[in-house]
Design a protein. Structure first.
Length: 355
């Protein structure tokens, strides 16, 4: 197989700082899009994987799945992109299936045959490396079907987190019908939570933020919250009983779900998008039965709905609140993420690697 060299930042074990790594990308095939990476968001999933907090990390590991860049070359069969175009890539770069019901429905992330090829730490079906290497790198080569268009009107750095934080919250908001006349709650004000607030507000829903920190109230309202409820205040939570149609829970730490399900109207849904290191306490069944409420989960989004989300964000001017960093500041960013010391997403400027 023909390959081309790329520069990256990689984790070589679960404790050492990330450091520069020379890797090989496949030369573009007939259906491939090659592009320079300009910006890559830093997701908590990157930290979990790099530090082996989730099982199965293969080292060296190059994280990054909130990627924006510029096309440098395309394969002979590519029809939607040309050199010079702005391109975006999220959590998936390919699929070894494409024929199951989920793939045919444009929900590749739920592939019935476990064929989803994730942007990093998945088996590389093309064989350029043992696993896929993500967006903490100078350039990438991705199948056209997993590349997305990013409108020129969007700031590319601030738009990068839309490729994970954005679509992870957009997908449940759309699936459960957030919009005018609906009351939507968001739990947690971090990378995911701040995007959920912005998107729910832009969709026209009445939005309520649940947070443990009273100090975040003003920022939440700036981001689109109509109301802010301090979730550790039992009286405030009691006043929310049976008031919401949908709650998107972005918290990635174990927590009690019962006060949240109690805030749902009849037929309301609590949708979990955060992944705690340890499971949440079992919810009270009576809260679900007496109200026909449900607890559900949602995983990123399919390619079709990700493009829909990007187009909506371009129309409404929705992007993430970000702090730009250099590649050599990734470990500092990880440490600050663990302290919730970011408002609300780190984005790596890849110019030093391209240079």
């Amino acid at each position: 197989m023909k390959t081309t060299p790329a520069r990256a930042y990689a984790a070589f074990d679960k404790t050492s700082p990330l450091r520069p790594f020379d890797l090989q990308r496949r030369a573009p095939g007939a259906r491939d899009v090659a592009f320079d990476v300009h910006f890559c968001g830093v997701c908590h999933s990157d930290l979990h994987t790099a530090r082996s907090e989730w099982p199965g990390t293969v080292y060296p590991c190059v994280p990054g799945h909130e990627i924006v860049g510029q096309v440098t070359a395309v394969g002979s069969a590519v029809t939607r992109f040309k050199a010079g175009d702005r391109v975006a890539v999220g959590c998936m770069v390919d699929s070894s299936c494409r024929t199951c019901a989920s793939c045919k429905d444009g929900l590749e992330q739920y592939c019935d045959n476990h064929g989803t090829v994730y942007t990093y730490n998945s088996v590389d079906k093309h064989g350029a490396g043992p696993v896929t290497y993500g967006g903490y790198s100078s350039h990438m080569v991705v199948d056209e079907d997993f590349c997305l268009r990013l409108a020129e009107k969007l700031d590319p750095a601030a738009a990068a987190p839309l490729l994970c934080a954005g679509i992870t919250t957009w997908s449940p908001l759309k699936h459960w019908g957030a919009g005018p006349g609906k009351r939507v709650g968001v739990v947690g004000l971090g990378g995911l939570g701040h995007m959920a607030l912005k998107l729910a507000h832009a969709l026209g829903a009445h939005t309520t933020l649940f947070t443990t920190s009273a100090g975040k109230a003003a920022d939440a309202k700036r981001l689109g919250a109509d109301e802010v409820v301090i979730s550790k205040d039992a009286d405030a939570m009691a006043k929310c009983a049976r008031s919401l149609d949908l709650i998107v829970d972005t918290v990635s730490a174990s927590h009690d779900l019962d006060p949240l399900t109690n805030a749902l109207r009849r037929d309301g849904a609590l949708v979990l998008v955060g992944v705690p290191e340890h499971g949440n306490p079992a919810p009270a069944v009576v809260n679900l039965i007496f109200g026909r409420r449900s607890i559900a989960g949602s995983l990123i989004g399919g390619i079709r709905e990700t493009q829909e989300m990007l187009d909506f964000c371009a129309e409404k001017g929705v992007v993430a609140d970000i702090e730009r960093i250099r590649p050599d500041q990734i470990d500092e960013a990880y440490a600050r993420m663990l302290k919730s010391d970011v408002r609300y997403r780190f984005v790596i400027d890849m110019a030093p690697l391209r240079g």
